[in-house]
Design a protein around this ligand. Structure first.
Ligand code: GTP
Ligand code: MG
Length: 407
C-alpha cells in the first residue's frame, strides 16, 4: 500500500499537533533546516508484526489533515514490496520531510536464509547513490534517501531473539542506526514485557550488536545550556531505560472510559491506549525519532555510517578488491565493537567531530552576519518609508492648497 501524504506545495499538517521540531535548540534547528529538513526511517522484521500499521499510527498521530487521511481508510494488506511513504510535517514554518520505507516482512519461508538481503541492499544503495552524486563536479545533491533509522520489529514471544533476528540486526547495525522494538506489545503482560526487554538487551550485548542509543551528554559546547541540558539528559536516560521500545499500533479510536476518544486497541477488559506511557512506549519512540534525537540520527548517519561506507568503498576500490558489478555490494565490515576500539577509527571519528564543530561555528557566524544585515536593511527601509510618507504628506498638502486656490 502506498500512502503519499505529501501534497505538492501544500502544508499537510499546518498548525496541528505540535510535534516539537521547532522546539529544538536553535542551533540544531538550523542545521536540520539547512540540510533540507529530511528524515528517512525504515521498518523491517518478520511478517505480520504490525509494521505497516505502525507507520499509519505514527502518521495518524502527527498529521491531522492531508490526503493521508483519506488513504488511511484503505485496508492494510500484506506488504509485498519496498514501499516509500512520504509526508510533510510542518510546524511554525519549519518543514520536515519524512520518508518512511515500509518493507515486506520476512520469516515466512522454510529457508529464510538471506531474507534480509533486500533491506541491506536498499540501505547500501542509498549510500552508494549519495556518494555518486557527491562525486559529481557540481555537488548539489538532489536525491538523498539515506536511511537515518531502522526500526527492527521483534516478535513478542517473551522468549528471546531468533537467530534470524540476530543475523539481520547485526547486518543493519553496521550500516544504519538500529532501533529494535517489541511489536504488538499489548499481547504481553507488564511482567512478561519487563523480562522480555531484559533478555533482549542481554542478547544484544552478548552478540555485540550496536544499537542506536540516545547520547547522555552533549559533546558540542554550544549545546550546553544547564537546565535544558539536564532535562535532555534525564529524558535520554528514560529513553535508554525503556529500550527496546514496546510498541502497539492501531488505526482505530475508542472511548477510553472517560469520554475521550483515543487511538488504541479494544479488549474485553478495556482499551489499550497507544499514546499512554503506562500502556506502551509509542510516545517515547515517536519523540526520539521526530524530536529529541532527530538530529543525532541524521548526523550519525552522515558522520559514522555514510562515512564508513564511503571509506570502505574507496579503500576497496583502490586496493583492487574484487567486487561484483552490482552497486549494492558493500565491502565486508568489521563488527561494531572492533570498529569502536580501533584507534585509527577513533582518530578519524574525532577529526570528523572537530570538522563538524568547526563547520557549525562557521555557520553560526555566517548566520549572525546575515541576521545583522537584515536588521540593517530593515532600518534603512524604515528610513526610506518615513521619507516617502513625508513626501506623500507634503504632496497631499500641496493638492489641498491647490484645490483651495481653484475654488
Ligand atoms: N495485537 C496487535 N495487533 C496488531 C498490532 N499492530 C498491528 N496488528 C495487527 O497485525 C496484523 C498485521 O499487521 P500489518 O501492519 O499488516 O503487519 P506487517 O508487519 O506490515 O506485515 P507484512 O506486511 O506482512 O510484513 C493486522 O491484523 C493488524 O491489525 C499491535 O500493536 N497489536
Ligand atoms: Mg506491511
Amino acid at each position: 500500500m502506498t500512502i503519499e501524504a505529501e501534497s505538492m506545495g501544500a502544508p499537510v499538517a499546518s498548525g496541528v499537533q505540535t510535534i516539537g521540531i521547532s522546539n529544538l535548540p536553535n542551533q540544531r534547528y538550523k542545521i536540520v533546516s539547512e540540510r533540507g529538513g529530511s528524515f528517512t526511517m525504515m521498518v523491517c522484521g518478520e511478517s505480520g508484526l504490525g509494521k505497516t500499521t505502525f507507520i499509519n499510527t505514527l502518521f495518524q498521530t502527527t498529521l491531522k489533515h492531508s490526503d493521508f487521511q483519506q488513504r488511511r481508510h484503505l485496508p492494510i494488506k500484506r506488504t509485498v514490496e519496498i514501499d516509500i511513504i512520504r509526508a510533510l510535517l510542518e510546524e511554525k514554518n519549519f518543514n520536515l520531510r519524512v520518508n518512511v520505507i515500509d518493507t515486506p516482512g520476512f520469516g515466512d519461508n522454510v529457508n529464510n536464509n538471506k531474507s534480509w538481503q533486500s533491506i541491506i541492499d536498499f540501505i547500501d544503495d542509498q549510500h552508494d547513490s549519495f556518494m555518486r552524486q557527491e562525486q559529481q563536479p557540481y555537488r548539489d545533491v538532489k536525491f538523498d534517501l539515506r536511511v537515518h533509522a531502522v526500526l527492527y520489529f521483534i516478535r513478542p514471544t517473551g522468549h528471546g531473539l531468533k537467530p534470524l533476528d540476530i543475523e539481520t540486526m547485526k547486518r543493519i547495525s553496521t550500516r544504519a542506526n538500529l532501533i529494535p522494538v517489541i511489536a504488538k506489545s499489548d499481547t504481553l503482560t507488564a511482567q512478561e514485557l519487563t523480562a522480555f526487554k531484559l533478555r533482549i538487551r542481554q542478547v544484544i550485548e552478548a552478540q555485540e550488536i550496536r544499537i542506536f542509543t540516545p547520547p547522555l551528554e552533549r559533546e558540542r559546547e554550544s549545546d550546553l545550556n544547564s537546565n535544558q541540558d539536564l532535562a535532555a539528559m534525564e529524558h535520554a536516560r528514560q529513553l535508554i531505560e525503556s529500550m527496546p521500545f514496546a510498541i502497539i499500533g492501531s488505526e482505530k479510536k475508542f472511548d477510553n472510559g472517560q469520554g475521550k476518544q483515543v487511538i488504541g486497541r479494544r479488549y474485553p477488559w478495556g482499551v489499550v491506549e497507544i499514546e499512554n506511557d503506562n500502556h506502551c512506549d509509542f510516545r517515547k519512540l515517536r519523540s526520539l525519532l521526530l524530536r529529541t534525537n532527530l538530529l543525532d540520527l541524521i548526523l550519525t548517519t552522515q558522520e559514522l555510517h555514510y562515512e564508513t561506507y564511503r571509506r570502505l568503498r574507496l579503500e576497496g576500490n583502490s586496493s583492487g578488491t574484487e567486487e561484483s558489478n552490482s552497486s549494492s555490494t558493500v565491502p565486508l565490515r568489521a563488527p561494531a565493537r572492533k570498529l569502536s576500539h580501533n584507534p585509527k577509527y577513533k582518530e578519524e571519528e574525532n577529526a570528523l567531530k572537530k570538522y563538524f564543530t568547526d563547520q557549525v561555528k562557521a555557520e553560526e557566524q555566517r548566520f549572525r552576519q546575515w541576521e545583522q544585515n537584515i536588521v540593517n536593511e530593515r532600518i534603512r527601509l524604515n528610513g526610506d518609508l518615513e521619507e516617502i510618507q513625508n513626501k506623500v504628506k507634503r504632496l497631499d498638502e500641496q493638492v489641498k492648497s491647490l484645490q483651495l486656490k481653484k475654488r
